[in-house]
Design a protein around this ligand. Structure first.
Ligand SMILES: Nc1ncnc2c1ncn2[C@@H]1O[C@H](C[S@+](CC[C@H]([NH3+])C(=O)[O-])CC(=O)[O-])[C@@H](O)[C@H]1O
Length: 330
């Protein structure tokens, strides 16, 4: 298998953790990553690595992380050969779900318009400049790049999906040693009570957790006193106390456990010790926001809704609606 030097990949992160009083976390991460990359490597890892390694060298790179597509540009236009190589490497990392991205003019139209979510959330965030940020369930890291674009001091994204890591590295490879890392671990793999972050994001994760209150407590443990939680999750209509637990799948997704009403979610946040929790946005997910594209050719939301009544999922539950809540750790 093509060798992946994870120690080099995470060198800056490890020193950053060691220099900020998190040496024990760095040690634990080393053990987890060794297991992930060396002892139990994913069957497709060699292919994905090959794709990242075959991305063309490009001189004179600049980036714009404030636009809807995370954009890489070059002062020296790519030759036809380079363009072909770029496209073929990026296609090797399909399916692309979270984006969009623009690699030197090659536009990756991802399954999700993740920029729409960012536009809904961003106006309500405390100024991100200089902040240490954790993005739990970060996918390809699209939002991590947008956070850097807003001036974040340090961003750590975590997501167990390994393909997402290689999509992330295909961007980072061109940006050099920027203070953004994606670590392929789950929330449950973080040490308890890190108290290391100014802002923690959990977007699209809560409904995947069998124990949502424990997820909220884990998120609180990642924050310093006064730190900000940004929580985005699927919600349903209903009074305080109500939540929907699907019988099996929800919109064809496995592992969906609790879809609370907004009032229930506020109560959960209150009971888990957050303060000043407020719903800043509620939006239906449409088939414009989540759809199959040339870069994600599998089924998408349209196929997961009831063809007779698209306000319902194929299983007959209320269609996807997402709320964003912001709260502080006292
Ligand atoms: N236990 C876990 N710990 C960490 N990550 C997890 C866990 N379980 C699942 N995930 C990860 O959470 C992400 C949820 S997607 C939201 C992406 C982005 N945040 C977005 O808001 O666009 C939403 C969706 O597509 O359902 C996936 O990438 C999982 O691998």
């Amino acid at each position: 298998m093509t060798h992946f030097n994870w120690q080099t990949c995470y060198q800056t992160l490890f020193s950053d953790l060691e220099n900020t009083g998190q040496a024990r976390w760095a040690e634990r991460l080393r053990t987890q990553l060794k297991l992930r990359f060396e002892e139990r490597p994913h069957g497709d890892m060699a292919r994905w690595l090959n794709a990242v390694h075959s991305l063309p060298e490009v001189p004179d790179i600049s980036s714009d992380l404030t636009r809807s597509a995370v954009t890489l540009s070059t002062g020296a236009p790519l030759s036809a050969d380079q363009q072909e190589q770029l496209e073929s490497s990026l296609r090797g990392l399909m399916p692309w779900r979270k984006g969009p991205f623009d690699f030197f003019g090659t536009y990756i139209d991802t399954e999700w318009r993740s920029d729409w979510k960012w536009d809904r959330v961003a106006p309500y965030l405390s100024d991100l400049r200089g902040r240490r940020i954790l993005d739990v369930g970060c996918g390809s890291g699209y939002h991590c790049w947008r956070m850097l674009g807003e001036g974040a001091g340090r961003v750590i994204g975590i997501d167990p999906g390994l393909l997402f890591l290689f999509q992330f590295l295909s961007v980072k490879r061109y940006l050099g040693d920027v203070p953004v890392d994606l670590v392929p671990i789950r929330m449950e793999d973080l040490p308890d009570n890190l108290q290391a972050f100014d802002t923690t994001f959990s977007m699209g994760v809560l409904y995947h957790r069998r124990s949502p209150l424990d997820h909220l407590l884990e998120l609180k443990g990642t924050l310093r006193k006064g730190g900000e939680l940004v929580l985005e999750t699927l919600v349903v209509d209903g009074p305080q106390g109500y939540s929907l637990m699907p019988e099996d799948r929800y919109g064809q997704m496995r592992n969906v456990w609790f879809l609370p009403s907004c009032d229930t979610l506020l109560r959960w946040l209150d009971r888990t010790g957050f303060e000043n929790a407020r719903v800043v946005d509620v939006t239906e997910t449409t088939t414009e926001e989540q759809r199959s594209t040339d870069w994600m050719r599998f089924n998408s939301l349209q196929d997961f809704l009831d063809p007779e009544d698209p306000s319902k999922t194929i299983e007959g539950y209320p269609g996807p609606r997402r709320a964003t809540i912001i709260a502080e750790k006292p």
